[in-house]
Design a protein around this ligand. Sequence first.
Ligand code: ADP
Ligand code: MG
Length: 242
Amino acid sequence: MIKLENISMSFHGKHILQGIDLEVQKGETLVVIGPSGSGKSTLLRLMVGLLKPTQGEVWIKGQEISHLSEDNLNKVRIGMGMVFQYSALFDSMTVGDNVAFGLREHTAMTEAEIQRIVARNLRMVGLAGQQDVMPNELSGGMKKRVSLARAIAIRPEIMLYDEPTAGLDPIMSGTIDRLIMNAKRVLCVTSVVVTHHMSSAFKIADRVAMIHGGRIIEVGTVEQIRQSENPVVQQFILGLKS
Ligand code: ADP
Ligand code: MG
C-alpha cells in the first residue's frame, strides 16, 4: 500500500531524512517512533504528498506520487485519511460540519446518511452530541479527536496518524488505540502511526520503525524491537515507556 524508496529530505540544505526505505502492507499497522525533531511528521507528510522528497520515490497503491499533478494527487488522497499532529480543523465550521466535510465533497450520500455517520463517529471518539460546538470551544485533545472522526468518515484505505494520543488521558488514549485497531480488524485499514506512547505502540503495532539521526535504525515486530541489541533503541523504549 505504501512504499518509500531511498527517500531523502532536506530543508534549506539541512538533511532531515536520508536513505529511507520502508514498505507497509495492506491491513498492516506500522508504528513510527523516534525523538522529537527526528523527522516523523515529515515522513507522514511525504506519504500523503504534502511534501516532495529531495530524493527518492513515494509509492501509494502502486503509483509514484511525487511526480503527479495536483489533480491526480488529490485522487490518490481521497483514499487516505490523516490526523495531523496539530489538528487542522476548519475553525469557521461546527464540529459536525468538519466531520461531514469529506462526505459532502466526495460522496453522493443524503444529508440523513451523513448525519448518521457524523453522530456515530463522534460517539466513537467520545464526543457524542458535540455536532454544534465550534472548534475554538474545544481543548487540544478534543480537537484531535474531531479530526480523527473526520479522517475516518470517508473510510480511507490508508490512515496516517501523527501522535493521535498526545495530550489525552489514559482512558481516552485507550479509546483511540482501540479505534485504530478496529479500523484494521474490521475494515482492513493500512495505518502508519507516529507515537511517543510506548505502551500504545506495543499494543497496536504489527511492526515498529525507529527513526534516529535521519535514518531508520531499526524496524521489526514488537518482539524484535523489544529485543533489539541497538543501545539507542533500548534507551529510547525504556526511557519513554509509559
Ligand atoms: P518530528 O515529527 O519527529 O518531531 P519533524 O518531522 O516535525 O520531526 O521535523 C524534523 C526536522 O525538520 C525538525 O528539525 C524541523 O525543524 C524540520 N522541519 C520540519 N518541517 C520543516 C519545514 N517545512 N521547513 C523547515 N524545516 C522543517
Ligand atoms: Mg512530529
